[in-house]
Design a protein around this ligand. Structure first.
Ligand code: ARG
Length: 543
């Protein structure tokens, strides 16, 4: 039930009659009434008529019977107060997903790099992406999850050559991949002969040399296992089937190049092949190139992303492409989308969007790093969450909610004390609010309550209105790719509940009042549960 939408739909007729054309009534939650419509002023201006007159006509034409009462305030604001009967019966309902039939959305998120450990930078993409996947599915969209692993590139020549050199690849496990990476890098930087062989190894790998391929496959497989471990711990829905790494597009790159060339989109630049989409300039105002093929003939990150766009539109039949990747890659994606549009791979019907996000900062306000200045490993961070919190579910809720409750575009401060607090806008606070309701039902000896709801006290009415804010909150979170809108809503709901709980005795009341209050409490618990599930946060029954 989306009250805003319902009111807007009913008001639209009245506005249309007065304006002689369709007008969006712009219904919003308001401090002055339940809702307010602010469309009169603009309409009066357009009609060159006094707002009070236009407002009076809209009110006269509006039929909100059985739903709300309407009055004019100020120069022409329309105040809307929902009828108690309507509110009571709507609040007795349950949150329901939208029926299927939305868009087909390819959602690219997480994308860690093989043979490197996941770090906090991967954390945000993973958490935000997974919440968006769940929210968009709830909205009736079909979501194709894609984990664009960094599983290709020149660094694999170095890693494989090192495995061959040291004989490390012969055992069952490859050992600690991070150590391997570091040691291989040291040798690469200090040993010219090794460097030469590592380059040859890249060529061997690319031309399908069986031994090189085999070692590469094992590197990828071992990393994928580690990624799956992290996803399980975090309660992230990515599955092995969703892993479509950069290597997947390798045999599509030659044809990407051919198509670009045939369309005259490539320019030779210092031996490399580049595209110059209009509107992108470097610091000096010089046109910015998108590097498609390097001077050594190799393809890089951008070429792979171009192939991925083409594949996702042509083969996966996407209506929309979303990329949950940090803000530093904004220019990369803007250029990839621009070139893909010029090439005709991104057709006008297909939307492409970089869902960008800011950095994780330490309590000192700088990029979160270890004391030694290294990037913080995800596994260590999750261990610490487990150790600091009373349960694993609480630790994960603290970490995930802190990320999801701040506007994704801004940086946020990773502060254990604040994240784990059971008061304030935190994951544990919402888990606690939920557990408190569950324990009340345990004491009441009942579970689900289907009774009618009646709204005597202002706190009951406020809670009922808050319950009905769920659907618009999910819609805003999904349509704007802003999970923090859902988080903020859930926090408001929990606060409305605690006011209600303070003012309105539940178990100590009786008869119809008790049944109605239990029903409100039950709907609150269900709404919290549903909302937190959409954010990927688990709820313990007890805390
Ligand atoms: N592996 C990349 C990185 O670590 C992220 C991949 C994002 N997805 C994409 N299609 N480029 O920066």
């Amino acid at each position: 039930m989306n009250l805003e939408a319902l009111l807007a739909a009913r008001l639209a007729g009245a506005f249309g009659a007065v304006a002689g054309r369709p007008v969006d009534p712009a219904v919003r939650v308001s401090q002055h009434a339940d809702f307010q419509s602010n469309a009169v002023l603009a309409l009066a201006h357009a009609l060159r008529r006094p707002p009070s007159e236009v407002a009076a006509e809209v009110v006269a034409a509006a039929d909100l019977s059985g739903l709300a009462t309407i009055s004019v305030s100020g120069p022409g604001f329309l105040n809307l107060t929902v009828d108690d009967d309507f509110l009571a019966s709507a609040a007795a309902g349950f949150p329901e997903p939208q029926p299927a039939g939305g868009e087909r959305i390819v959602l690219d998120y997480s994308g860690p790099n093989v043979a490197k450990e996941m770090h906090v930078g991967n954390l945000r993409s993973t958490i935000i992406g997974d919440a968006l996947a769940r929210i968009l599915e709830w909205q009736g969209h079909e979501v194709v999850r894609v984990n664009h692993l960094g599983d290709w590139g020149t660094q694999f020549g170095m890693l494989i050559e090192y495995l061959v050199d040291t004989g490390e690849g012969s055992g069952h496990s490859l050992g600690d991949l991070t150590r391997l990476y570091r040691e291989a890098r040291v040798r690469f930087d200090s040993d010219e002969d090794f460097q030469r062989r590592a380059r040859l190894r890249v060529v061997a790998l690319q031309s399908g040399d069986p031994r090189s391929r085999e070692l590469w496959r094992r590197l990828v497989a071992q990393s994928e296992e580690a990624f799956m471990d992290a996803y399980h711990r975090l309660g992230v829905t990515l599955q092995p089937d969703d892993f479509v790494g950069e290597s997947f597009y390798q045999d599509q790159l030659a044809s990407v190049l051919d198509e670009l060339r045939a369309k005259g989109l490539l320019v030779q630049s210092d031996g490399a092949l580049c595209a110059f989409p209009p509107g992108f300039a470097g610091r000096e105002g010089d046109p910015l190139p998108l590097l498609v093929r390097k001077s050594d003939g190799g393809f890089g990150y951008a070429a792979t992303d171009l192939a991925a766009v083409r594949y996702r539109v042509r083969e996966l039949k996407a209506d929309r492409l979303l990329y949950v990747v940090g803000t530093p890659q904004s220019t990369h994606f803007a250029m990839v989308f621009a070139v893909a549009r010029m090439a005709g791979w991104l057709t006008p019907e297909v939307a492409a969007e970089h869902v960008d996000f800011g950095s994780v900062l330490g309590t000192d306000g700088r990029m979160l790093r270890t004391r030694a200045g290294d990037s913080v490993k995800l596994s260590g961070l999750l261990d610490e969450a487990d150790a600091r919190a009373s349960s694993q579910a609480v630790g994960m809720a603290a970490v995930k909610y802190a990320d999801l409750s701040s506007d994704r575009r801004s940086d946020y401060v990773f502060d254990w004390d604040r994240m784990l607090a059971t008061t304030g806008n935190t994951g544990p606070y919402l888990q606690y609010a939920y557990a408190r309701i569950r324990s009340m039902f345990f004491r009441a000896g009942t579970d689900v309550v289907f009774g009618p709801v009646s709204l005597g006290e202002p706190a009951e009415r406020a809670l009922a209105l808050a319950l009905l804010g769920f659907e618009p909150a999910v819609q805003a979170a999904g349509d704007r790719r802003e999970p923090h809108r859902l988080a903020a809503y859930l926090h408001d709901l929990a606060v409305a509940f605690s006011v209600f709980y303070e003012r309105c005795p539940v178990l100590r009341s009786d008869g119809a009042t008790r049944a109605s209050r239990l029903a409100l409490a039950d709907r609150t618990a269900r709404t919290l549960e549903q909302g937190l599930t959409l954010l990927g946060i688990e709820l313990p029954d007890e805390m």
